[in-house]
Every structure is written in C-alpha cells, then in structure tokens.
Design a protein around this ligand. Structure first.
Ligand code: AMP
Length: 281
C-alpha cells in the first residue's frame, strides 16, 4: 500500500492509472476506522480495480464549538486496517495541502443542506461538499462509496456529483451496526458505559416508527410522536430531531405514500448520535 500526502502526488497517481484504464474506487473517511468503513472498503475492492481511501479530518465541516481538536485520530491502526483490506493508496494529506493559503472557494447544495444536520450544524455541509468535490476531482474515481449512516450527506453528495458532472458513480452502502442496533461511529468511543447503554434508544425509536408505518400508519406527525415517545423513555437522551421525510428531497412528509426516510439525531451528554431508516410500504 502506498501512502500519499500531497495533492500533486495524488493527481499524478490518478493520471497514471487512468492512462492504463484502471477503474478507481474512492472511500472518503475521517479516519478512526471501524467496521462501517471496512464494509465500504470491501465493496470498493470488489467493484473497482484499485482502491483509494482518503483519511482527512476536515476542519471545514466542524463548527467553531465542535470537536475538531478532540476528534479521534488513530493513523497507525487506520493504515494497518487499510493494508489488511488490500487498499492501494491511503491518501492522508495535511490540512495545508487541501486548504492552502488563499483558499476561498465553497461548494453548496443549499436545498438538501437546509434542514436536519444542516440546521443543527451551520456550515457543516458546505465543508463536506467542498472537500468531497476536491477529492472527486483529484482522484477522479469511477465510483465513490459512502455510508447510509449519514443519509443527508449521501443525498447531498449524490446531487453534487451529478450537478457538477464529476463523473463518479456515488454508491451508498447500508449502515453497519452493533449487535444492539447502535450505528457504528468513530465518536462512539466517547460514550461512557452508562451512556453506551442508553445509545440504542435512537435506533429503537426509528424501528418503532418503521413498525408503525408498516402497520398502516400514514400520518407523518403520528409517526414522529411514536419515535419521540421511545426516546423520551431514556432519561439520558435529548432529542435534536426525529423526522419523517421524503427520501429524495428530505422535506418533512405530512402524509406517507409509498416510502419515507426516518431521520433522527439525539444527544447523550455532549455526544450527538445520528441514524436513519428507509421505509418502503
Ligand atoms: P466518517 O469517517 O465518519 O466521515 O465516515 C466516512 C464514511 O463512512 C461516510 O461515508 C460514512 O457515512 C461512512 N460510515 C460511517 N459510519 C458507518 C456505518 N456505521 N456504516 C456504514 N457506513 C458508515
């Protein structure tokens, strides 16, 4: 496995592989890799000739009061996992490589970024959209792999890749979970044992919402109430949002017709957890 740290070397590697007709798969990550990331790497490995994993804790997607400095960093373990999974290139640039002096361009996907995570974390999705646009134009993958865990992010990236003709297929892979349903996340390491026991409340709420839809419930407000009741039983959890939305526009649904995405974010202490479930009825 080759580790690349500069934009110039990354572009040169991509150009050389394009000339040889190699199809490249890109898995963008912020590191502290877990089984969710590993699943994305494995699908990329199966569907592309060469796999690039990017490891970049992107300061532009963290708010001033968020945990950029505290975000978990495990570069050695990440490199070991990537090597074991047959990754060809680990692209781990320094912040100055991605945002050199004078950098000022921003990519926005305003309608998809307006609600939910975008509302809770102003500027977050501009940071995501900008860095992903840079990664896709640099690496020029045939396909880029993202997790359904971050449903709004995946929707926004699918949109921007199409809008800007970036030429990569955006593949969204299902959420990998712990045995009790908690979606894997690099930030889960911050949960104390007591908080960890409370954390599955979010997935339980989403499942209760799904069950209510599958039982014939069609009112968005009623399904939202079902979900709020489940989280409400967990004294350590505070609700940021629990919503019933159109999976394409992410706008709230008053009435569910054939499908919906249930989006949720809760707080346990200082830790935010997000999750979602797609429901077809
Ligand atoms: P992150 O390192 O948290 O920015 O995540 C990098 C990629 O891995 C994103 O596309 C995430 O959606 C995806 N991802 C994170 N957690 C999971 C999970 N539990 N299951 C599947 N994909 C995930």
């Amino acid at each position: 496995m080759k580790t690349i740290r500069t934009v110039q070397a990354m572009a040169a590697w991509s150009a050389a592989h394009h000339r040889e007709g190699v199809t490249i798969g890109l898995v963008p990550t912020m590191g502290a890799l877990h089984a969710g990331h590993r699943a994305l790497i494995r699908v990329a490995r199966l569907s592309c000739d060469a796999v690039v994993v990017s490891l970049f804790v992107n300061p532009a997607q963290f708010g001033p009061k968020e945990d950029f400095a505290r975000y978990p960093r495990k570069p050695k373990a990440d490199a070991t996992l990537c090597r074991k999974e047959g990754v060809d290139v680990l692209f781990a640039p320094h912040v100055d490589e991605i945002y050199p002096d004078g950098f000022q361009t921003t990519v926005s996907v305003p309608r998809l970024a307006r609600r939910w995570e975008g509302e809770q974390r102003p500027g977050h999705f501009d940071g995501v959209a900008t860095v992903v646009t840079k990664l896709l134009t640099l690496v020029r993958p045939a396909a880029a792999f993202f997790g359904q865990k971050d449903f709004q992010q995946a929707a926004l990236i699918t949109r921007l890749a199409e809008d800007l003709n970036l030429g990569a297929r955006v593949i969204v892979y299902p959420t990998v979970r712990e045995a009790d349903g908690l979606a894997l996340s690099s930030r889960n390491v911050f949960l104390t044992p007591v908080q960890r026991r409370a954390a599955p409340a979010l997935f339980q709420a989403l499942k209760a919402g799904r069950a209510a839809i599958l039982a014939g419930g069609r009112s968005g407000a009623a399904i939202q109430q079902v979900m709020r009741k489940v989280v409400g039983k967990e004294s350590l959890a505070g609700i940021d949002y629990l919503a019933v939305c159109d999976p394409d526009t992410l706008e709230p649904l008053k009435h569910i017709r054939d499908c919906a995405v249930l989006l949720g974010a809760i707080r346990i202490g200082r830790i935010r957890l997000i999750d979602n479930l797609l429901v077809k009825c």
